[in-house]
Design a binder for this molecule. Structure first.
Ligand code: SF4
Length: 398
């Protein structure tokens, strides 16, 4: 029974291979956290404690809250946690967490907004009738404001703040609100609230019941697309530095292994030797090629000029000869232009399209690869193609 979440869907969107490692292979890796996710988790635990105690008529002081945060941090910290920005230490991140909580405390005390219905509420929202797909629900804080208005609160520890318009289309809290709508009969409206703790800023957005049901359908379509995927290509981006699977990813594994080696061993690595040799030869080859192309073009122009001047078409050398032939070719409007469309329409109208049209094998391969058409059709067409393996080498700076 697949249970999806927005973070699962966004993982697939950002890098299908990371998605495969995390959700299909369920790969276990040594580092299970980055310091950013660890910070987020401990801050969430502290705020949960603050509100849970409040529900039990116990109001923590700011010092008690910070003390809880520090103790939980120390207890759960592990040296395997990745710190990507190595100009900062774990202590820096801990202090950031303390500041987030102190600011939050001062802004929201005495924490009496609405009636708290749930803290870190966990459940699964069925997305379809047969109950095949579910959505993971985890609401940081759910509040009943009365009169059918419910608030879904979310704490963010990221160091980037979104634009207001981005929150209008945010899907995660909206899916949580859909769960609230199904759960409470008096539901009329949801207020989605994000606490950007690093900026001591509260942002919000509203959703109506109709908007929520529409979103469920969109999410279901995307989940089905992910479920149908058969290929999971890696997508290299700046996010790779925060990916827990970097040490097993084919795009990075060799580099990660080299980083762990002493320099003398590193230079003896067969991969390093091959790349260094390849880069050296490729650079020589590229220089030679561009120099030769330039020279060839100059000689070509000189030969054309010679033929025109002397009124000949063949120029003889000591062992070779060059034939210079003038030719004209027709150029037609480029693809995707209005002129091209007009031309195609005329050819179709006069019944000559079949005479000049050719099968676009690149477009066909793309449709098969991306499974863009109906499955039965794709299966039928697949048999016409033969899979040929080829390799392309790209040389770039590390
Ligand atoms: S390291 Fe980058 S390319 Fe590799 S799986 Fe992770 S995100 Fe994808």
């Amino acid at each position: 029974m697949p249970v999806f979440s927005i973070s699962r869907i966004s993982t697939y969107d950002a890098c299908p291979l990371q998605y495969k490692f995390a959700y299909i292979d369920c790969l276990k890796v040594e580092a299970e956290d980055t310091v950013e996710t660890f910070l987020g988790r401990i801050v969430h635990e502290a705020l949960e404690k603050l509100y849970r105690d409040k529900m039990h008529e116990k109001l923590l002081s700011a010092d008690e809250l910070l003390d809880f945060f520090r103790r939980t941090w120390e207890k759960k910290w592990q040296d395997s946690i990745i710190i990507v920005r190595n100009e900062y230490t774990a202590e820096n991140y801990k202090k950031m967490g303390e500041r987030y909580l102190a600011d939050y405390y001062n802004r929201h005390k005495p924490f009496e907004r609405g009636r708290v219905l749930g803290l870190e509420t966990k459940d699964q929202l069925p997305l379809d009738e047969p109950g095949q797909y579910f959505f993971h629900i985890r609401i940081d804080r759910l509040i009943d404001m009365g009169d059918g208005l419910y608030e879904v609160h979310d704490y963010k520890t990221s160091s980037q703040i979104p634009k207001e318009q981005e929150l209008e289309t945010d899907e995660q809290l909206a899916m949580y609100a859909l769960w609230v709508k199904r759960r409470f009969k008096d539901f009329k409206k949801a207020r989605l609230v994000w606490h950007y703790l690093a900026f001591d800023k509260e942002m919000d957005s509203f959703r109506t019941p109709d908007q929520l049901e529409g979103l469920r359908e969109e999410i279901l379509v995307r989940i089905k697309e992910i479920e149908a995927a058969r290929e999971f290509p890696p997508v290299v981006s700046h996010l790779c530095d925060w990916c827990l699977y970097k040490s097993v990813c084919p795009m990075w594994r060799h580099g990660v292994e080299l980083e762990a080696m002493p320099e003398n061993e590193y230079l003896n690595d067969p991969g390093v030797k091959l790349v260094d040799e390849y880069a050296k030869l490729k650079s020589k080859y590229d220089d030679f090629r561009s120099e030769s192309e330039e020279k060839l073009e100059k000689i070509k122009q000189a030969l054309i000029a010679f033929c025109e001047r002397e009124g000949v078409s063949v120029v003889f050398g000591s062992e070779n000869k060059v034939t210079v032939k003038e030719q004209e070719s027709l150029r037609f409007p480029a693809k995707n232009t209005d002129e091209r469309k007009k031309l195609v329409d005329i050819l179709k109208q006069v019944g000559k399209w079949e005479d000049v049209a050719e099968l676009d094998v690149f477009a066909l391969s793309r449709a098969l690869k991306n499974r863009e058409w109906d499955e039965a059709l794709l299966e039928g067409l697949k048999g016409f193609g033969v899979v040929e393996k080829s390799y392309r080498l790209t040389l770039s700076r590390k």
